[in-house]
Design a protein around this ligand. Structure first.
Ligand SMILES: NC(=O)c1ccc[n+]([C@@H]2O[C@H](COP(=O)([O-])OP(=O)(O)OC[C@H]3O[C@@H](n4cnc5c(N)ncnc54)[C@H](O)[C@@H]3O)[C@@H](O)[C@H]2O)c1
Length: 312
């Protein structure tokens, strides 16, 4: 890092992934400011003394005030409408937050000369792919408005970068899990199972449970964001474990690490759900100076240890 601590503005910094990124940036002595409207995030996820702006990123005047006050060197943009189901039910809202508000942030980044933008994209931009693992060069065929709005935001970032020489890193996360993830609504399967295990409830499995996902622990995602801001290269990278784990196997691993035995309740398979998902992480390994450190077992153990310490 430069001698002068760089200032990082994190949108969605009170959320699950964002708050872990903020913790790490503070540990590394970056100056940090956060924008979040607390629609899903929590103020309690952040230190009391952080520069916190409770605003909506769709509100350009408020966003511009923050850029003018904070003068960030780096923008990490995570704030988003994150529900696939809600994107189908309410495409205007999804497009407003994920596309139009991203343009607000890009306009401000241009005006206030931000050096680097890191954007949280998703495996959802690929949609269904016949060949796995999916490379960054694969065709983008999103199956939801969420995937489409992330894809559009990516394209806006690339074009802003070309037109105005903004440096950027787009990170396409696979299925992220870890402490502070919401276990309500359309949450990650891991946080739902852990919540069910700790509450001694049966585990809900949709379909036969043989569907696979590529799970990545939140601390590995944090490390990828830090690598992105410490790397001058512009580009798009999958951030994943590059492995596939079946939902049934996730559940038995959770039973093992929580030392519980859970009853299974089967539900019909969810319509339109992709059967298998795996993102190649070779490009990030090669160019981003990043490597995932957590296997599923190690990530789950770390997650439970931290949750227990928090409650103690
Ligand atoms: N969790 C995953 O598995 C995963 C996978 C791929 C991509 N992502 C992306 O990572 C990012 C963070 O996701 P997360 O899982 O931490 O979700 P999250 O809901 O915990 O975090 C999103 C944060 O953005 C804030 N926010 C939402 N709309 C806002 C608005 N209009 N203005 C200001 N703040 C707003 C929320 O309050 C929340 O704190 C998102 O962009 C998401 O699409 C997540």
């Amino acid at each position: 890092m430069d001698k002068r601590a760089k200032k990082v503005l994190v949108t969605g910094g009170a959320g699950f992934i964002g708050s872990h990124i903020v913790d790490e940036l503070l540990k590394k002595n970056y100056e940090v400011a956060v924008i979040d409207n607390l629609s899903t995030g929590k103020r309690a996820h952040l230190p009391d003394d952080i520069s916190f702006h409770q605003i909506d990123i769709i509100d350009i005047d408020h966003v511009e005030n923050v850029f003018s006050k904070e003068q960030p060197d780096i923008l990490i943009h995570l704030a988003a409408q994150i529900s696939v189901t809600d994107s189908i039910k309410a495409p205007y809202n999804d497009g407003n937050i994920n596309i139009l508000a991203t343009i607000n942030l890009l306009e401000c980044s241009k005006k206030y000369r931000v050096n680097k933008i890191v954007f949280a994209s998703s495996a959802a931009v690929y949609g269904y792919s016949e060949s796995l693992p999916i490379l960054e060069s694969a065709a983008l065929n999103p199956l939801s408005f969420y995937g489409l709005s992330k894809m559009c935001a990516e394209e806006y970032i690339r074009l802003y970068s070309e037109l105005y020489s903004l440096s950027y890193t787009i990170l396409r996360f696979s299925n992220v899990y870890g402490e502070r993830q919401n276990s309500q609504g359309e949450a990650g399967v891991i946080s739902i199972f852990i919540n069910q295990a700790l509450n001694k409830e049966p585990a809900t499995i949709f379909g036969d449970g043989k569907q696979t996902r590529d799970f990545i622990y939140v601390k590995d995602v944090v490390a990828a964001n830090v690598a992105a801001i410490e790397n001058s290269l512009s580009g798009t990278f999958n951030i994943s474990s590059n492995s596939r784990t079946a939902v049934n196997e996730v559940l038995s691993t959770i039973e093992m690490v929580t030392n519980t035995e859970m009853r299974r309740v089967k539900q019909p398979a969810r319509k339109g759900e992709i059967l298998n998902s795996q993102l190649s992480n070779k490009k990030a390994l090669l160019l981003l100076n990043w490597k995932p450190k957590y296997t599923l077992v190690k990530g789950l153990k770390e997650m439970l240890k931290n949750e227990n310490n928090r409650k103690a």
